[in-house]
Design a protein around this ligand. Structure first.
Ligand code: ADP
Ligand code: ZN
Ligand code: MG
Length: 279
């Protein structure tokens, strides 16, 4: 079978993944998600080979993976896992269901009710879009005035599907967060250090060495399992007293900014996982 890679842009990651798959003897066909128009039926797509979903758009990744699975394709990550990881409310719920430790969080649908709940729970807290990445629109709320402003923006802007507020406990991190890559099992990770409380590498955080202790690896694997993720990056928050909480799980693993530093051969590990899973 051919391996199909669906992408939005051929970034460093996608090129490295194609090379790694070819290195494993796979023939690879790449497909720009913009070009795909798929009939909604059970007719197989192409030759029915496995699909590595690398679409950067959650909308496209979610629908395409669902469609391709109905057509009989094995999609990495699975449609269910993409749908869960791409939505922070559903991720949190899956973690709760599996008793994975995480910051407290709540979901609300109206400004005054959310502000009242934030007043009850206390500040600082964090609110972020249920769908989002690269640290965009992740906001720390330090007091009632900020809460009112944030909730007003959340519910006055956008359209009906945006009118949901996810609010989380603010975790006072020791200057970094932790990322564990789970490709089947935990394969390594990095610390992301920043002066800013938002520690995305897309926002300038610097990768640091992190020898993943067994307990963190186990936790990341439990979190990945909770969302059905096979190839994921699990973000952990460490509290000042060393407790570890799961923050989010990324279904489209990015590594262009960090692979030189970590030396973890993620493209080869992902290609290897896919080939093994298809045996
Ligand atoms: P994204 O999908 O945009 O990366 P995250 O939930 O991972 O969204 O938030 C981005 C970053 O913001 C995290 O890596 C972390 O540094 C910081 N952050 C997010 N939520 C919290 C929180 N509840 N407490 C402390 N820091 C947080
Ligand atoms: Zn994310
Ligand atoms: Mg993140």
């Amino acid at each position: 079978h051919e391996v199909h890679l669906v992408y939005t842009r051929m970034r460093t990651e996608e090129r490295m993944l194609v090379d790694a798959l070819r290195g494993r003897g796979c023939s690879v066909e790449t497909h720009a998600d913009t070009d795909l128009v798929l009939p909604l039926n059970r007719e197989p797509w192409k030759d029915g080979g496995p699909v590595l979903m690398r679409s950067m758009s959650f909308t496209r990744a979610r629908y395409l993976s669902s469609i391709l699975e109905v057509k009989g394709a094995r999609v990495f990550n699975t449609a269910r896992s993409i749908a869960t990881c791409g939505d922070k409310a559903l991720t949190t719920l899956a973690l709760a269901e599996h008793d994975v430790p995480m910051p407290w969080s709540f979901l609300g649908f109206e400004q005054d009710a959310c502000v009242a709940e934030m007043e009850q729970r206390g500040y600082p807290c964090v609110t972020k879009p249920v769908q989002g990445s690269w640290g965009r629109m992740v906001a720390r709320v330090d007091n009632k005035h900020a809460a009112e402003g944030m909730m007003s923006m959340r519910f006055e802007m956008g359209s009906a599907q945006d009118h949901v507020a996810l609010v989380q406990q603010y975790i006072d991190k020791p200057g970094y967060d932790l990322r564990v890559y789970v490709i089947g099992g935990a394969v390594g990770g990095m610390r992301r250090r920043s002066e800013h409380w938002v520690t995305n590498t897309a926002r300038g955080a610097v990768p640091e060495r992190y020898d993943v202790p067994e307990s963190h690896a186990k936790l990341a694997e439990r979190a990945a399992k909770a969302v059905g993720g096979e190839m994921v990056a699990v973000d952990l928050l460490e509290t000042r007293d060393g407790a570890i909480l799961v923050n989010e799980i990324n279904h489209c693993v990015e590594f262009a900014r960090s692979i030189e530093f970590t030396g973890i051969p993620l493209p080869e590990l992902m290609a290897g996982y896919l080939v093994e899973a298809m045996r």
